[in-house]
Design a protein around this ligand. Sequence first.
Ligand code: NAP
Length: 521
Amino acid sequence: MKLESYLNGRWQAGSGEGRAFVDPVTDEELGRVDAGGLDAASAMTYAREVGGPALRALTFAERGGVLKAIAAVLGEHREAYGEIARRNSGNTAADAAVDIDGAIATLKVYARLGASLGDARAVIEPGRDQLAREPVFFARHLWTSRPGVSLQINAFNFPAWGLWEKVAVSLLAGVPSVTKPASATAWLSAQMLRDVVAAGVVPEGVLSLLCGDGAGLVEALGPMDSLAFTGSAETGAALRGHPRVLAEAPRVSIEADSINATILGPDATPGSAVFDLAVREVVKALTLKAGQLCTNIRRVIAPEAIADALRDAVAERLAATPVGDPADERVRVGPLVNVAQRDAALAGIEMLSAEAQVVCGGRRPDELVGADPERGCFVAPTLLRCRDPQGARRVHETEVFGPCATVMACAPGEAAALAARGGGSLAVSLFSDDAGYAAETALALAPWHGRLLVVDEAVGRNHSGHAIVMPQCVHGGPGRAGGGEELGGARGLRLHLQRSAVQGGEALLGRLAEGAVEAAL
Ligand code: NAP
């Protein structure tokens, strides 16, 4: 099987050998991805010139209707997608649900947002400023769709959600998408797009997909376009500094990796409800999607008196967690996506071991359920314990993109500063019943983190999880995390809309307001 790309309104195959993608349980080749000879620049032009006008002719409510129709198509094929996710990503059913159901849920949230924005095609901010002594000259701020294309480059770990969370926002904003999935898992993205195109629910030119190395896409960016990238900090930095990006100044949003932390408050002692809730969340971080979530817990920060008990509780739960072929219903942890990712994770663990002791895991598993430990891309769920987190550097800087976290102790009042050693992160969580402590710590954590999850006994298990991105909440983090911001309900539209200060008289501003929906973005 060779994946095709959907460019210029038709499915096209590359002319080269391409790169293989595999079944990570066995490392056997499933197919190839190749964009050799495909014309990325003309595909960008086609999206801009054909998809853009078609989409901008629709109101927000009509675009919301398109998103609702896409969600319905994807829902119909959900089982087939789960099968692809199992075979190509090594996903258990629960892992696949995070990606596939997360994609469908995000589309539905943006469909409803579109309906709520109604028959407008522009947004106007509430309030006006009087700019002259006489009340005849004012300013209002107007948001309009940029007549460009949204280039979306995605990471391998969310072939479904990564694709649709970006399309949901850009489509609602009136901007067509050219999307490039990561080669390792492009199969699921390509199949989803094929089903949506075949259903005929999206205007021509609004969705394009390039399977392959993406050569020529960034080179085709223009001043009205945007680049939304999700992936490693290294690739993100290269794209940010790309000469075309610097020269044309398209909007850029980078969602990179981060060394996210979870923190236990001084009251989260063994036996307390919040201690148990924290243990549950750390275990989830080490099992769900085999730890391959960018928002995942990488560092566990607890007071000295709690850290060892926490380590033991998590290690005990991990010892009882079946690792193996996700086709076996008993399995809770599948493989990493390919051999390169497995070896990168093992090398990362090796680096961390210079500063932390391996409590469990730290290598390829000796035994697997339903799979051969000599083959495949498995890494045993790994917990480390760092004794000197203040003096350590690697535990705050190395992202092991797999089932791995490091427990470290901190003195009272030091937790937020230690979390900030990650250099800016996507998500942090805090487990405490002491609202005063939690509020004070949250204020210190906030500038360094895009999202904060605070769990007390009253919240209990009724939360969305440390790693799960909710479409209503902004996703992205400062510094190391890339400095981007996506989703967040209507806030996400900002990447694709141009805000202009319109200065003029009552008549003009009144007329503009009639055709726009009033909202604060
Ligand atoms: P990656 O190697 O940086 O690749 C990400 C994407 O960039 C892939 O589609 C890749 O294509 C493409 N790419 C690489 N070099 C490129 C270039 N020069 N020009 C254009 N595109 C280029 O990251 P990954 O290994 O797929 O994903 C894992 C990383 O993503 C982890 O570090 C994780 O933390 C991060 N991540 C972050 C988020 C977030 O929301 N912040 C979400 C998920 C993952 P190919 O696959 O074809 O090489």
